[in-house]
Write a protein that binds this ligand. Sequence first.
Ligand SMILES: Cc1cc2nc3c(=O)[nH]c(=O)nc-3n(C[C@H](O)[C@H](O)[C@H](O)COP(=O)(O)O)c2cc1C
Ligand code: SF4
Length: 403
Amino acid sequence: MLIENKITADGREINNRMVFQPMEGCDCTPEGTPSELTKEKYRRFALSGAGTVWMEANAVCPEGRANPRQMMLTEKNLSDFERLTDEIKESAIKRFGFKPLLILQLTHSGRQSVSPVIAYRNPVYEKTRPLSDNAIASDDYLDSLADKYAFSTRLALKAGFDGVDVKCCHGYLASELLSAFTRKGRYGGSFENRTRLITDLVKAVSSEKGGMILCSRTGLYDGLPFPWGFGADEEGNPDWREPLALCAKLYDAGVKITDFTIGNPYFNPWLNRPYKRGPVNPPPVKADTALGYFKEISGLIKKNVPQLKVVMSGMTYYGKHCFEEAEKMLKDGICDFVGFGRMTLAYPEFYADYLRGAFDEKKICATCSKCTELMRAHCTSGCAVFNPYYRKLYKEAVCKKQR
Ligand SMILES: Cc1cc2nc3c(=O)[nH]c(=O)nc-3n(C[C@H](O)[C@H](O)[C@H](O)COP(=O)(O)O)c2cc1C
Ligand code: SF4
């Protein structure tokens, strides 16, 4: 099967095409150190057989944290991260004879930070969360971020990661700047200005990454009409010209793998995490349409920037057909890897079970979004359907509130 094939990226051999995508648990200590809950998740991911484990959002600075329990690698907790990366690698080697590529996602949560830091005033987002001009990040502040990303990169290298992801998606700071058409100054207006921050961050990380591979979770379509979203026309339909130019620019700056995505989980989760029944019913954009966008842009990236390795997203929705779909996509050459999000929480052993002919359809993710609801309720997050700990938490924190 194609999914089992090795692949080389930036001179590194990766054991297979299965990617466990970043899944934030909001369960680190106030200092950003992985807690027992965090470690438990990665212990299970280590035994998944995935060639790549892409670790969750890790803030590069305290003011860029989306919640007080977001992961944050610092000099003080470096040894905790070292122990975690060692443990993941050792247990994978013991079980499968290889270690997964371990990537750390570097982020600044921007508009979603505990105290919002925004790229520009966006009336669409601010309908539900009003803000003032005081929240707009100054050019000087944006200039200062490259050093913070570079510092986190040096720590990630010391901690034993194999790669870092300069996150630019889901409406967080670097991603929001991509649609800063109305912003004045060096970070707004032209394509060059709007992509200045992400390009500078990638270059800063590139110079400090040592032997690590440089990746990016890149948001290529916000699903909001121009001028309030990236990659869209005035009606809000995808316009892939700038997203493709961005992919080419990121590749030139040193990015070797993009785990691209679309939409904003706070605003239009039906694009990013397709579902049948979920937060808004029926979903304003059908799952088939969202999955069509994923396939279309992925194929276009492979055609236009063939050297850039591409991870397909949104795979969980395919449920029991996910492996057939994955084989088709890999065979058609529209992606190099297949990435799974929610399925990894619901059924972390799904890939290992599939390989040994024991894939259990009863355990697959229901795409119900209860894990996301837990996050929105400011709880730690995990699978509220199959994991008793989160099931109880969901009943206590979400169901009780809804009564
Ligand atoms: C609870 C939860 C936490 C997530 N955390 C992150 C994250 O930290 N970083 C990120 O880039 N994406 C995050 N995502 C998005 C997933 O990586 C993935 O792109 C999304 O769930 C769609 O894939 P799926 O259909 O396979 O679930 C999260 C999604 C969920 C449901
Ligand atoms: S809570 Fe629902 S969407 Fe989230 S992982 Fe579990 S089954 Fe999937």
